[in-house]
Write a protein that binds this ligand. Structure first.
Ligand SMILES: N[C@@H](CCC(=O)N[C@@H](CS)C(=O)NCC(=O)O)C(=O)O
Length: 260
C-alpha cells in the first residue's frame, strides 16, 4: 500500500499526486498542516529529516524528495511510463527536474512566502514563531523564512527569485516551440513537475508573465485538461489559500511589474 504524507497546496506534493493519478495508483494520504508545523514534529522528522512534504511510504520503505519519489514510482510501476523514450529526451527531462531541485523550488518558496504566505504567520505571535524557527533543521532556510516573514516583497532575495522564474518561463516557451511537451512529443515527469509551479503563478495573479508566451499558455491549458490535474491538484485546492493568494497577488503586481 502506498502512503503519502502531503499537504493540499504544496507544489512538491502536487507533483507526486499528479504522478500517482497519471499512473492510476491507489494511495492512502496523511495530510500535514504546514502552518501548524506538523512537518517539524519529531515523529515526522524521523521519516523526513528535512522537515518537508512529501514523503512516500511503500510497504514500510520511506522515500523522500518529490523528484526522487516520482522516478521511484515510475520504476516501481512501469505500466504507464512517465519518462520519455530515448536517452536525449530523458536527459532533458532530468535537466528540467534538476533545475527545480537546485534553486527554482526555493525561489518559489521565496516568492510565495513574500507575496502571500507570510500573512498566515503574522498573527501567530512571537512565541509560536520562535518555536517554529527553532525546530527548522536547515539554518539557511530558517534565516530566509525570517527575512521573508518580516520584509515580504521588500526582501533583498525577492527580485532575483522572480527574475529566475521569468527566465525559466522563457526557456519553457522556447522548449515548446517545436514540440507539444517540454522534452518532445511525449508527456513526461518534466511536464508534471512544472504544472504545480505554473499553477502557483496563476494563483498569485502573475498570468502577465505568459501573456506574450503563447506556447507556454497553450501548454498550461493542455496540462489543466488532464484528469490527473484534477485528481492531483484541483481537488485539493484550499479556498482559504486561493483567496489569500489572489488578494495579495493583485496588491503586489505593480511592484512585481517594476522588477520584471
Ligand atoms: N526538495 C524537496 C522540497 C520539499 C518542500 O520544500 N516542501 C515544502 C512544501 S512545497 C514544505 O514542506 N514546506 C514546509 C516548510 O518548509 O516548513 C522536495 O522536492 O520534496
Amino acid at each position: 500500500m502506498l502512503e503519502l504524507y502531503h499537504n493540499d497546496m504544496s507544489t512538491c506534493a502536487m507533483k507526486v499526486r499528479m504522478t500517482l493519478a497519471e499512473k492510476g495508483l491507489e494511495w492512502k494520504g496523511h495530510h500535514l498542516d504546514l502552518r501548524a508545523a506538523d512537518q517539524l514534529k519529531p515523529e515526522y522528522l524521523k521519516m523526513n529529516p528535512n522537515g518537508v512534504v512529501p514523503t512516500l511510504v511503500d510497504f514500510g520503505q520511506v522515500i523522500i524528495e518529490s523528484t526522487v519519489i516520482n522516478e521511484y514510482l515510475d520504476d516501481a510501476f512501469p505500466q504507464i511510463p512517465l519518462r520519455p523514450h530515448g536517452a536525449r529526451p530523458r536527459a532533458q527531462m532530468r535537466m528540467w527536474t534538476k533545475k527545480l531541485d537546485e534553486g527554482l523550488h526555493n525561489h518559489t518558496s521565496t516568492i510565495s512566502s513574500a507575496m502571500a504566505f507570510r500573512y498566515q504567520f503574522v498573527d501567530q505571535g512571537t512565541e509560536a514563531l520562535e518555536k517554529m524557527f527553532a525546530a527548522m533543521p536547515d539554518p539557511a532556510k530558517r534565516e530566509r523564512r525570517k527575512d521573508l516573514i518580516t520584509n515580504g516583497i521588500r526582501s533583498n532575495i525577492f527580485p532575483d527569485a522572480l527574475r529566475a522564474w521569468n527566465k525559466t518561463l522563457g526557456e519553457m516557451e522556447e522548449a515548446l516551440s517545436n514540440s507539444p511537451w517540454l522534452t518532445g512529443s511525449e508527456f513526461s515527469l518534466a511536464d508534471i513537475s512544472y504544472a504545480p509551479y505554473m499553477t502557483r503563478w496563476d494563483h498569485l495573479q502573475l498570468n502577465e508573465m505568459w501573456a506574450n508566451r503563447p506556447r507556454l499558455a497553450d501548454w498550461y491549458d493542455r496540462i489543466r485538461q488532464r484528469s490527473s490535474y484534477d485528481d492531483g491538484l484541483t481537488k485539493w485546492f484550499s479556498d482559504k489559500y486561493l483567496v489569500l493568494m489572489a488578494e495579495k497577488g493583485s496588491e503586489a503586481w505593480p511592484k512585481i511589474k517594476e522588477i520584471l
